[in-house]
Design a protein around this ligand. Structure first.
Ligand code: SF4
Length: 370
């Protein structure tokens, strides 16, 4: 006989499933907010660092290879969502030769990041060519494979892929991308286990998403679960407010507040928080950084005293001084929501363009350890 307690449990379970479904659905189903026209195109300013169509060399010791513009699912918050507009493409054998030439000339590149799109959207035969490329270029020591296959197509972790990992002469690191604990279902866990059996180190990156995971308890559950599966939470990224995805971006002060809370927990489960600072690059703020909320933007000051602007979404006002640790949350007061400030992209770009190659190089060196 079904008791009242059973009925209550059933309702709770159904609510949980609906909520979990929402978290996933919001990541991949288009919504009207995408049409709001907010956001900054090429927020990460990758365009300046393309070396040919498939290689991005932004930081001195590593380069990104865009293997394809195809994915298993298309995440609505993706900062490379502009790639979707192009007809489907995959890197071809003849492109690899050009990349190999560039890598041989740039011996400072010690690590290649195979990304995209999702590199596991390539067949194993295509992927093996990319891994071989790294094998052939002597200075390259590490290969990172960044994929969401574990979330959207765990069956892609097949015996062919396992063979590629085992046979690679260079160390491969796998970077998964889980944003919510609900993504860690039994199939994903199976995929993780298969990868772990190869001995490949596994790291995870998470994007902080408004309406999906921007809560300490959700992130803690995710990071704890990943760590218990042997996947190290590596980065927690601020969502880049590119056009069509700006509604996912949390207020920078909120993100820092969440990270402050997370910092109270075990270092093993804690990723680094990082955000893309236009004109500078990836920032993982620590001692010496100052972040101040101005009327229409955040002022971010580097330890060297250089000032940059970060856009505001609205809602909170905060003064966060990393010399003295975070400001207590109580200092934040609600202000009327303001439209996302579009930092004048041209002035940022002009600023970047006016840097001498030396100062650009030293800046990139300073942040290269990120
Ligand atoms: S799988 Fe990765 S590259 Fe593809 S849409 Fe999602 S975040 Fe972007």
């Amino acid at each position: 006989m079904v008791t009242l307690a059973d009925q209550v449990n059933l309702v709770k379970m159904i609510k949980k499933v609906i909520k979990a479904g929402d978290a996933l659905q919001r990541q991949i189903v288009p919504c009207p907010e995408e049409q709001e026209g907010r956001g900054i195109a090429d927020f990460c300013q990758e365009r300046d660092f393309f070396r040919g169509k498939f290689l991005i060399h932004k930081y001195p010791d590593r380069a990104v290879i865009l293997a394809t513009n195809q994915c298993f699912e298309y995440c609505r918050f993706c900062f490379r969502r502009n790639l979707w507009r192009e007809p489907a493409w995959k890197i071809q054998k003849q492109d690899l030769k050009q990349i190999a030439d560039y890598l041989r000339k740039h011996t400072e590149i010690k690590e290649i990041i195979i990304s995209g799109g999702d590199p596991l959207a390539l067949t194993n035969q295509e992927l093996v060519e990319l891994v071989k490329l790294a094998d052939l270029v002597k200075p390259v020591k590490l290969i990172r494979i960044a994929t969401r296959a574990l979330t959207f197509c765990p069956a892609r972790i097949d015996s062919g892929l396992v063979r590629i990992i085992k046979q690679s002469r260079k160390q491969i690191w796998f970077i998964s991308h889980f944003n919510h604990p609900v993504e860690l279902n039994s199939e994903a866990v199976q995929g993780i286990k298969k990868l772990k059996d190869t001995g490949v180190p596994l790291l995870n990156q998470t994007v902080l998403l408004r309406g999906v995971n921007a809560q300490v308890k959700i992130l803690l559950a995710l990071f704890r679960e990943l760590s218990s599966l042997g996947v190290k939470p590596y980065y927690l990224f601020q969502c880049d407010p590119v056009p069509g995805a700006a509604h996912f971006a949390t207020e920078l002060s909120d993100s820092l507040g969440i990270y402050q809370e997370l910092n109270k927990y075990s270092g093993i489960i804690l990723p680094r928080f990082a955000f893309e600072l236009p004109g500078y690059g990836k920032v993982s703020p620590g001692p010496g950084w100052r972040i101040k909320r101005k009327a229409r933007h955040y002022e971010v000051m580097t330890p060297e005293g250089e000032k940059y602007q970060y856009p505001v979404n609205g809602k909170c006002i905060a003064l966060i001084d990393y010399h003295t640790d975070f400001a207590p949350k109580a200092l934040w007061s609600a202000v009327p929501a303001a439209p996302l400030l579009i930092t004048p992209a041209t002035s940022q770009r002009e600023k970047a363009a006016s840097l001498t190659p030396q100062s650009k190089a030293s800046r990139l060196k300073a942040i290269s350890k990120l």
